[in-house]
Design a protein around this ligand. Structure first.
Ligand SMILES: *Cc1c(COP(=O)(O)O)cnc(C)c1O
Ligand SMILES: [Zn+2]
Length: 443
């Protein structure tokens, strides 16, 4: 029996649908779908054999095995044929130990999973390689798909534009006119995506893009499409592998639409079900106070989602008030003794800056997760003898304005930066230079 997978309703409605079918929601209840794998077929290899296979594929030099996602091909999207895989060698990201940072916040073992060290600069690549490869295969099999579209402005559109361009499929980015800077869009523009700026807000764009998908043969790449989560799931598998088939005590991850934590949970579930791990990590989702509907639900014993109007935040990729994957995220958190933390703008900015001082260059979303870890440590929930992993979601290089604003002290959201560092300006004089050097090294 070859490994295979289908779409199924997460609420348990009957029916399953081919991964090559254009379907985003359960036709019975309208709820979310997920990719369900044939575990019996996967069990034909023992846990030990899977470990050996994954070890053998780690960082091979030939595509598609260069990719951390496709190195787990059978567990991700087994029906995608090798000739349809579109990859930029995503995944296989470094798990960086940060002893200086850990020590400063009173912990013993903190590691950063560098998911932002990736082709387009965020973890969105991990999901997009799967979605675009699947669409390439659907087109090869005769499906009438004219383009792939999304309604995001930031990391999703950058990833979509890159993979679609490589596959020679048109990418369409739909966004609210006048609300997005060229800097945020420079990646999709450079990579030739069709960028449509509409006189509406984000929800309006989302509605329009769904209508396009229903009526015009445009495939939807937004995160209700659960193919993306299959690629993102490999973060959990890589983590277990990097801990020699063990798990850390804690994984802290920033959450907006909550697809990423759902994927993380799904990855650990699969590892557990197939016997590659026996322990379960605890998971903490970190949200910003300006957009924390999951935190509100958690504090009220997992009350139903009450959508909020998200306020502007430095962590722009998680400024989401009505998270699509809420139900999947709650399920994952319940299964992994999960907690939810909420942090302020100043807290996320200072946490990012503190981590940078041990050589990182963290994006604001990673700062959210770090600030949450600092709170868990201060409360004694994460202890010095435990191992904690923080999922870094994007490269800090994509958020240069945030870094510049922090160190110049011009961020309205973080007016009193704790770790500000500015250049010392000097006349052309050896004595002045020497004095500044000595003073600087002393402080
Ligand atoms: C998309 C994104 C997130 C949030 O992930 P969700 O799946 O929406 O919870 C966090 N950080 C960055 C950098 C992102 O691009
Ligand atoms: Zn259903």
């Amino acid at each position: 029996m070859a490994p295979s997978a289908v779409f199924r309703c997460i609420a348990g409605c009957s029916g399953s649908y081919s991964l090559e079918q254009v379907i985003y929601r359960c036709p019975t209840c309208g709820g979310l779908l997920e990719v369900a794998h044939d575990l019996a077929a996967l069990r034909e290899r023992s846990a030990e054999e899977w470990k050996q296979l994954f070890e053998a594929r780690w960082r091979l030099t030939d595509d598609p095995w260069t990719s951390g996602v496709w190195a787990k091909h059978e567990w991700v999207a087994p029906q995608v044929r090798a000739e349809n895989i579109v990859t930029f060698g995503e995944g296989t990201s470094h798990l960086t130990k940060v002893p200086r940072y850990a020590n400063e916040i009173g912990l013993g073992d903190v590691r950063i999973k560098q998911c932002g060290t990736s082709h387009s600069g965020s973890f969105k690549d991990l999901g997009m390689t799967v979605l675009v490869s699947m669409v390439k295969q659907m087109i090869a099999n005769g499906a009438n798909i004219r383009a792939i579209a999304c309604a995001s402005t930031g990391d999703t559109s950058a990833a979509l534009a890159a993979y679609a361009a490589a596959a020679n499929i048109r990418a369409v980015v739909i966004l609210p006119r006048g609300k997005i800077s060229t800097a945020q869009l420079v990646q999709p523009l450079a990579m030739g995506a069709l960028v449509l700026a509409v006189d509406t807000d984000f929800d309006g764009c989302m509605k329009l893009v769904q209508e396009l998908a229903d009526r015009e043969g445009v495939y939807l790449a937004n995160s209700m499409n659960s193919l993306r989560l299959e690629g993102q799931k490999t973060v959990a598998i890589e983590l277990a592998q990097q801990f020699h088939w063990d798990v850390p005590d804690w994984v802290v991850i920033p959450g907006g639409n909550l697809g990423n934590v759902s994927a993380l949970g799904a990855g650990f579930e699969m590892l557990h079900a197939l016997g590659l791990i026996t322990k379960r990590p605890r998971i903490c989702v970190a949200q910003v106070a300006h957009a924390h509907p999951l935190y509100t639900s958690y504090r009220a014993s997992w009350a139903a989602l009450a959508p909020v109007k998200a306020k502007t935040t430095l962590a722009s990729a998680i400024q989401i008030g009505n998270p699509v994957s809420f139900a999947k995220a709650v399920r994952a958190l319940k299964a992994f003794e999960g907690v939810v933390e909420s942090v302020s703008e100043a807290e996320l900015a200072d946490a990012a800056a503190r981590a940078d001082r041990s050589g990182l260059f963290t994006c604001p979303h990673t700062g959210v997760a770090l600030a949450a870890l600092e709170k868990l440590a201060a409360r004694g929930e994460v202890t010095k003898d435990q191992r904690a992993v923080v999922i870094s979601t994007a490269s800090g290089l994509k958020f240069a304005d945030f870094k510049v604003g922090y160190h110049e002290g011009t961020l309205a959201e973080a007016p009193a930066p704790k770790f500000r560092n500015t250049p010392v300006e000097l006349p052309e004089s050896y004595d002045a230079l020497r004095e500044a050097l000595l003073r600087g090294l002393d402080s």
